[in-house]
Design a protein around this ligand. Structure first.
Ligand SMILES: NC(=O)c1ccc[n+]([C@@H]2O[C@H](COP(=O)([O-])OP(=O)(O)OC[C@H]3O[C@@H](n4cnc5c(N)ncnc54)[C@H](O)[C@@H]3O)[C@@H](O)[C@H]2O)c1
Length: 449
């Protein structure tokens, strides 16, 4: 039931969800959606399934679910597909990941078994710890793009789909710094792909390029540079497609972006924030490789610096604690570590030690110990990012979707114009609510609920 005038196209027909990487996160996401639509599990943690947004003010205000404000695709309309380096189908992958118990997988075994990964566009140099053979062989970057485009078209045709969204939930690639010459314009990017420039064109860029060209929104769930370059912004505008990234905001960074505002709002000081994790799944294995961890580190570090800004409050956040000597900023010391520890598998444990100070500079400490489940936290984000990107596409919104920053550790922003990303969880939530309101034909506002 749509309550107001909206210009968003209806969510008619089937929505294809093509996931790059059929590992722990994707198989947990897929299993949960299939179980939920059979009424056998609840999609807990998903904003699109549970959250209610206030629309209108004063006596006219009401709290509505997203589907009552804007036309949303239904879980029943989703058709899954995937690419992966390993040939395991979604059932085998879910069993291997050991995130979910067999009793929570078996009721949808047949549907999961039918999700067989297509051959991956992969380059061993981008994830040295992976050795699967379900990969495209002897293909240049441009040939990878062409094959992926064909895969998307075939998937759409074979499943009689109305629309497709492509979601990267594959391993973190090695860090690819933005290279103005290659990544600065679409023309340069295409030339580099055609010249098979393996150094500057990560396989993930081939997926993103292929998706956008085929009229599918692209979401980057890992911290990879991929769509966070001007060339991809240009392509997404040209094709009228939404893009979002980077890096699902699940455990420690979710806590950080929700907790740092407590320190900031109360004008307490910060000397240092040390975050460390142990993690034993395949993601942890890939991140054990320093070049892959570097990509993650850059993403995880960015959260705090835009919430507690040393230049804005020198008395509170500009105590020189040695961060600058390590390449960080002049101010509090911020460190993030991820340690591969196989016994814990997907059950990540994160510790945060926060050294704060109060009245007259007296020091205090806060300790946070989060015993979480990585993929259980990431699965609802996959669902929300997919459904909201599809919504954005139907609403005619192209380019970077800032309203999706809420779900991401390292929100995309136009750094060429000095734009600062919004990392503050509650500001991000306001952006999310206002985008939904506007797409539903209501007025944006900043009232407190
Ligand atoms: N779970 C979380 O809380 C969380 C949070 C933020 C980001 N992430 C990111 O999500 C991603 C997935 O995490 P996961 O735990 O499912 O990892 P995983 O290792 O279980 O699964 C990743 C899969 O991607 C495949 N893959 C790698 N490169 C590929 C390519 N080029 N094409 C196709 N497939 C490819 C691998 O073979 C693997 O099966 C990781 O990048 C991780 O950093 C996860």
């Amino acid at each position: 039931m749509i309550m107001n005038k909206t210009n968003v196209k209806p969510a008619d027909g089937k929505l294809g969800v093509l996931v790059v990487g059929l590992g722990a996160v994707s198989s947990t996401f897929m299993t949960g959606v299939l179980m939920a639509r059979k009424g056998l599990a609840k999609p807990v943690g998903s904003m699109t399934q549970y959250d209610k947004i206030r629309v209108g003010k004063g006596a006219d205000k009401k709290y509505l679910k997203y589907e009552d404000i804007v036309p949303m695709a239904k879980l029943d309309d989703i058709v899954f597909g995937a690419w992966d380096v390993y040939p395991a189908n979604a059932y085998q992958s879910a069993m291997y990941a050991e995130v979910l118990q067999e009793k929570d997988i078996n009721p949808v075994k047949d549907e999961l078994e039918a999700i067989k990964p297509m051959k991956a566009a992969f380059d061993h140099n981008y994830a040295k710890r992976l050795n699967g053979d379900n990969i495209m062989t002897d293909k240049t970057r441009w040939e990878m793009v062409e094959q992926l485009r064909e895969d998307i078209r075939n998937f759409k045709k074979e499943n009689n789909l109305d629309r497709v969204v492509v979601l990267w939930a594959a391993s973190t690639e090695v860090y690819v710094p933005v290279d103005e010459k290659t990544h600065g314009t679409l023309e340069a990017l295409e030339a580099a792909m055609k010249a098979d420039d393996k150094e500057h064109i990560a396989p993930s860029m081939c997926y993103a390029y292929a998706a956008l060209k085929e009229g599918a929104p692209f979401i980057m769930g890992a911290p990879n540079t991929t769509v966070d370059i001007p060339a991809m912004w240009e392509l997404s505008e040209q094709t009228g497609m939404p893009i979002a990234g980077k890096d699902f905001k699940t455990g420690q960074t979710l806590v950080k972006s929700g907790f740092a505002p407590i320190i900031g709002t109360r004008c307490l000081g910060l000397n240092g924030w040390f975050s460390t994790n142990i993690l034993g799944n395949r993601d942890g294995l890939v991140l054990d490789e320093p070049a892959n961890f570097r990509t993650k580190e850059v993403s995880k570090l960015s959260t705090l610096e835009s919430i507690l800004v040393p230049e804005e409050q020198p008395d509170l956040y500009n105590a020189n604690c040695g961060g600058a000597e390590e390449g960080g900023h002049q101010g509090y010391y911020h460190k993030v570590r991820i340690n591969y520890y196989p016994p814990r598998n997907d059950s990540k444990e994160g510790w945060d030690n926060i050294d704060i100070f109060g009245w007259m500079g007296y020091p205090m400490q806060i300790k946070i110990n989060f015993l979480c489940r990585d993929s259980i936290l990431a699965a609802p984000l996959c669902l929300d990012l997919v459904l909201l990107s599809d919504l954005a596409a139907r609403a005619g919104r192209s380019g970077i979707q800032r309203f999706l920053s809420f779900f991401l550790k390292s929100p995309m922003h136009d750094y060429t114009k000095g734009e600062v990303p919004v990392n503050h969880l509650f500001q991000q939530y306001t952006m999310l609510k206002n985008a939904i309101r506007e797409m539903g034909g209501y007025e944006a506002d900043e009232e407190i609920d």
